[in-house]
Design a protein around this ligand. Structure first.
Ligand code: GAL
Length: 565
């Protein structure tokens, strides 16, 4: 069907005053990035039931669980590629024994039950191709072919859900070797996951691990219809460091941490429950100093990255544990706005300011990052991250916990070489411009919405035959455009005010200036207007940006307006 473009003229209404109150719609909290532990970095393919249990118990005892960590993720090495005559995965019964009376050895449901009994959740791992990484580059022990799910997607993901797993990471070694298209394979897998979920009623969180091949940030958000997911943006920070093995002398490097952080920044794709994943953390592992661990944690938190610990949880030092459980830092990572930091200033090469918008209006997490070999003063300027320069803001040093006071327009401090300072800045939002759909055109679209809304469940107004109280439904094959949108920021925050009166999350695509689309989740709002936030690169000269929404399937959300900083 030809795309019927209802390019709606948008009336631009400048915000009347520069107060935080102007951002009026109720913010809808979006799913946060996952927090947990993964076996790969410290145990490689030696992972078994006993190690998994020890780590799960340590997650509880150390207080990590209390701080919010909950996934115990079993990575590669749990399965060596064998299947039975029906194609079902067969695991080593010695590595995965019965753990309670009545259980059978070799049943992965045993370990899942034990993890759940601690109040934690369980993750599992496979490859999108026929073979897995253990075929091509076994880390410890011999290679083992066939350790991938290709040809068994429905069967394997149903099995994972039946075993009771809550999370699945899907690697790309086999897919890469076969030169498959990751956007296609990972969409197929998303469908297999949805199928498994509908059969078992059990949710599997989707973690895509193809190291950034073919730019997953352009296709992974909401892939195959998933409500929330993460995708890796780069290779591993370090190969596994396994105690008492030939790999015990490997070391993580600070350079690797910085490089993965940089590769993980795609703020236009990170929103509404979809997250860039710069890899499991190496915090607390061999090779990093305490100061470097602190920078690592600061960077992951300000990225809103998944916080997946790679270190052995039974060996964490008090210093590492304190960093991993710092409530202010975790709150920055898990903030319900769900956005990523943007680099807002680079005063000289290696002297950078990163800012992450937080749910509280006027609040920003800020990292002053010094990549150079000498100490330098770095300044956080309110206007660079959208706060009013003319208003004072309070500043807190996150790691020392000290309130530093109230400052006008900026805060500067000296940052030691190869180090960072993390701040919470609480000031006043700068101006936002609200773009509303004009009344006349609502009628126009509401009419076509009735025709195009197959099940009639689009929005309450459709059912009553009245016009929507406010807003325009986004529908399939229609494009709802806000033209002439301007911003003083290159990467601008955009609040989308909408309603979704239905019981489940709806999705729509947004194209900015005719570029590749990003898929946005619109959780239920009931009958009142809610808002989600995204960040968009608005590089059109002047107020010449065009933001076009279209639905992926009907009904989409009912868009009321957008507000742009
Ligand atoms: C890599 C992946 C790692 C780990 C490893 C297992 O491809 O990036 O996180 O899962 O495979 O072999």
């Amino acid at each position: 069907m030809a795309m019927l473009s209802l390019a709606l003229a948008a009336a631009s209404v400048a915000a009347s005053s520069a107060t935080n109150a102007q951002i009026a719609a109720k913010q809808i909290a979006v799913p946060p990035p996952p927090m947990g532990w993964s076996s790969w970095n410290s145990f490689s393919n030696t992972i078994d039931s006993q190690i998994t249990l020890e780590q799960a118990n340590a997650m509880v005892k150390t207080g990590l669980q209390k701080a919010g960590y909950r996934y115990i993720n079993i990575d590669e090495g749990w399965w060596l590629g064998q299947r039975d005559a029906e194609g079902n995965i067969v695991v080593d019964p010695k590595a995965w024994p019965a753990l309670a009376p009545g259980e059978k050895a070799g049943d992965m449901a045993n370990i899942v039950r034990a993890i759940h009994a601690l109040g934690l959740q369980a993750g599992i791992y496979t490859d999108a191709g026929r073979d897995g990484c253990g075929t091509f580059s076994p880390d410890l022990g011999p290679g083992y072919p066939g350790e991938g799910s290709e040809g068994h997607y429905d069967q394997d993901f149903l099995q994972f859900a039946k075993w009771g797993f809550d999370y699945v990471k899907v690697d790309w070694c086999g897919g890469n070797n076969e030169k498959l298209d990751p956007a296609i394979q990972y969409a197929e897998i998303a469908r297999a996951i949805a199928n498994a979920e509908s059969i078992t009623g059990h949710r599997l969180y989707y973690s895509i691990c193809n190291w950034g091949v073919n730019s997953p940030w352009t296709w992974a958000p909401n892939i195959g219809g998933v409500a929330a997911d993460i995708w890796r943006t780069s290779g591993d920070i370090v190969a596994p460091i396994v105690a008492n093995s030939k790999n015990s002398s490997r070391a993580a490097s600070f350079k690797g941490v910085l490089s993965n952080f940089d590769q993980g920044i795609h703020p236009e794709a990170q929103h509404t429950g979809f997250y860039n994943d710069p890899d499991m953390m190496v915090l607390g592992m061999q090779g990093l100093t305490d100061a470097q661990n602190r920078v690592h944690m600061s960077l992951w938190a300000i990225s809103g990255a998944p916080l997946l610990i790679g270190a052995d949880l039974t060996e964490l030092t008090g210093a590492t544990l304190a960093m991993l459980t710092n409530p202010d830092v975790i709150a920055v990572d898990q903030d319900s706005l769900g956005l990523q930091a943007v680099k807002v200033a680079e005063f000289a090469k290696g002297l950078e300011v990163w800012a992450k918008p937080l749910a509280k209006p006027g609040a920003r997490a800020v990292v002053l990052l010094n990549r150079t070999d000498s100490a330098a003063s770095i300044s956080a300027d309110w206007s660079s991250f959208g706060l009013l320069a003319s208003s004072s803001a309070t500043v807190k040093d996150v790691w020392s916990g000290k309130d530093l006071g109230s400052f006008n327009s900026s805060y500067s401090t000296s940052v030691p070489p190869r180090d960072a300072v993390m701040l919470l800045v609480d000031g006043r939002e700068g101006d936002y411009k609200t773009y509303k759909i004009e009344r006349l055109e609502i009628t126009q679209v509401a009419k076509s919405s009735r025709a195009g809304d197959a099940d009639g469940s689009g929005n309450p107004a459709d059912r009553s035959g009245k016009q929507p109280a406010t807003g325009v439904p986004v529908l399939k094959d229609h494009q709802l455009s806000f033209n002439h949108v301007g911003s003083r920021m290159r990467v601008a925050r955009v609040e989308i005010a909408y309603t979704n009166p239905g019981p489940t999350t709806r999705f729509a695509e947004l194209r900015v200036n005719g570029q590749i689309a990003t898929r946005i989740a619109f959780p239920p709002t009931g009958s009142t207007i809610g808002a989600v936030w995204i960040q968009s690169v608005l590089d059109g000269v002047g107020a010449n940006n065009v933001l076009s929404f279209s639905a992926i399937c009907d009904p989409g959300p009912v868009i009321d307006s957008i507000s742009v900083e």
